[in-house]
Design a protein around this ligand. Structure first.
Ligand SMILES: [Zn+2]
Length: 80
């Protein structure tokens, strides 16, 4: 009886490890794809205009000083 119990425990542990490895391998690529799609959408939707030179740039690359938006730190410093 002891050996059968040991075999069952080993089977359960190996099955758990296989399941754990599968979820660990499967999840990261899916999460990365979703993040990329979200980032691309936000880039396309939000373009902002530099107050100093009028250049249009993605909002996530813009320098923000309160309500004012600039394309670079240099332009932000010139306006403020
Ligand atoms: Zn600018």
């Amino acid at each position: 009886m002891g050996r059968i119990f040991l075999v069952l425990v080993l089977l359960a542990v190996s099955l758990y490890i296989v399941k754990y490895l599968r979820t660990k391998l499967d999840k990261p690529p899916e999460a990365l794809k979703k993040d990329d799609q979200l980032n691309q959408n936000s880039d396309e939707n939000k373009m902002v205009k530099c107050l100093h030179c009028g250049l249009h740039i993605p909002e996530n690359e813009a320098i923000k000083q309160g309500d004012k938006v600039f394309c670079s730190l240099e332009h932000a410093q010139r306006e403020l």
